[in-house]
Design a binder for this molecule. Structure first.
Ligand SMILES: *Cc1c(COP(=O)(O)O)cnc(C)c1O
Ligand SMILES: [Zn+2]
Length: 402
């Protein structure tokens, strides 16, 4: 296994091995590290049988919907270092009214909202915290629009470590903030700053090599989030729909989905590569504009603004990874949807008994829009990722039903 900078191809300096190297999240050039592994010796058919057998596990770490796929995520990690809450294992549903709302032949909803802290952040956070734990870190930090904070605080509490969450003063759901505080996180307000300011602050390990940064710039989180695609593919007996549709904020999920698809395809788990559709909120859509206009550099949105607070990100750190791994590698597309379209789609997801927070519904709103535009065909099949739980934003519920 190697850490390779996605921008310059460099590796972390050898002098930084050990505890400090374990905390390395960014290259000296400012690029993000990517975990690169040689899978040539991997026997897909044997692994499929291993993954199937682990479905019977109850108490071992392999009962987790992330660690079930350990060989494709973090094979080197000693089993005793795994910090897990049996995350993953989330439902895959096929509600017909939601399918007709989107306008495709077949639609699956992957309810990542059913994770232990209520969002897909758990799929990645279990890996980042396990890695930090294995390297002796006792202090963990993240900048967050809310769900990353709640997830990190939960895993930190499991190993009795201190967590610090850097939160914007405005636009974070109260429910997510209170959840993080209940798990024992210390809140660091980003005075006058937003999520993007927090990322800048934490970029250099928050100035302290002892602070382990668990944002999506952390490459171990990306490895963990690959399990979302692995689990969908496994549930569908290694046949994926034509499209994987997901909301895009910091673009970690888009990156992880693209990377997971590439690995499954290269290893022969799947024989066809689905396309990825990344959906942003209109008020925070710098990546959509980049793809639409075909420019070489991302122009950050200085004042991101959307009611889908988890998408309120103007300068997505993982945009280069998402561009190469999700858009270029899968012939992917992007779309931007309005807050009204998001809330309309959310009401449909809520009403079918699954439910989600506003940001999650961007995937369905975007799919509907792409079908109307003829980008996704009515005869095609899709899976929409529902990234966060209905109860993550009770203020939105109050506005709609209170
Ligand atoms: C974090 C988050 C997103 C954005 O995902 P990225 O990987 O940052 O693009 C979308 N929806 C919810 C509910 C989230 O918590
Ligand atoms: Zn570099």
């Amino acid at each position: 296994m190697k850490l390779i900078c996605f921008d310059c191809g460099g590796e972390p300096p050898a002098a930084e091995r050990g505890k400090a190297a374990a905390g390395t999240v960014m290259c000296a050039c400012g690029g993000l590290f990517d975990i690169v592994r040689d899978h040539r010796a991997t026997d897909a058919e044997r692994l499929k049988r291993t993954f199937d057998a682990r479905l019977a596990e109850r108490l071992s770490p392999y009962a987790s919907g992330v660690w079930r796929y350990k060989e494709l995520i973090y094979p080197e990690l000693p089993e005793a270092s795994i910090v897990t809450k049996y995350e993953g294992n989330t439902g895959l549903y096929r509600p017909d009214n939601v399918r007709s709302y989107a306008g495709v032949r077949e639609l699956w909803l992957k309810a990542l909202s059913e994770n232990p802290s209520g969002s897909f952040k758990d799929n990645g956070m279990t890996v980042a915290v396990s890695h930090g734990h294995a390297h002796g870190h006792r202090a963990f930090a993240c900048a967050s629009t809310g769900n990353t904070a709640a997830s990190l605080a939960m895993y930190g509490a499991l190993i009795d470590a201190q967590t610090y969450v850097y939160l914007p003063e405005e636009g974070v759901s109260r429910d997510k903030l209170l959840q993080a505080l209940a798990y024992g996180a210390r809140l660091v307000p980003l005075a006058g700053g937003n999520y993007d300011a927090g990322i800048r602050l934490l970029g250099a390990n928050g100035g302290s090599p002892d602070l382990y940064v668990c944002n999506s710039i952390n490459p171990y989180r990306i490895e963990g989030q690959k399990s979302i695609v692995f689990e969908i593919a496994h549930t569908l007996q290694w046949r994926l729909p034509d499209w994987i549709v997901l909301p895009g904020g910091a673009l970690s999920n888009a990156t992880a989905a693209g990377k997971a698809l590439r690995e499954l395809y290269a290893l022969g788990f799947i024989d066809r590569l689905p396309r990825i559709a990344i959906i942003q909120a209109e008020g925070a859509a710098p990546f959509h504009r980049l793809v639409e206009q075909g420019t070489a550099q991302l122009t950050p949105e200085p004042r991101p603004r959307t009611a889908a607070s988890a998408l309120n990100i103007g300068n997505p750190p993982s945009w280069k990874k998402a561009l190469r791994l999700a858009i270029e590698a899968t012939n992917g597309v992007t779309a931007a949807v309005s807050d009204d379209e998001i809330m309309d789609a959310k009401a449909v997801v809520d009403r079918c008994g699954i439910g989600c927070e506003p940001a999650a519904a961007a995937s369905l709103a975007g799919l509907r829009k792409l079908v109307a535009a003829g980008v996704v065909g009515a005869e095609e099949t899709a899976v929409c990722l529902l990234t966060g739980h209905l109860l993550k934003d009770t203020a939105a519920l109050q506005r709609a039903y209170g």
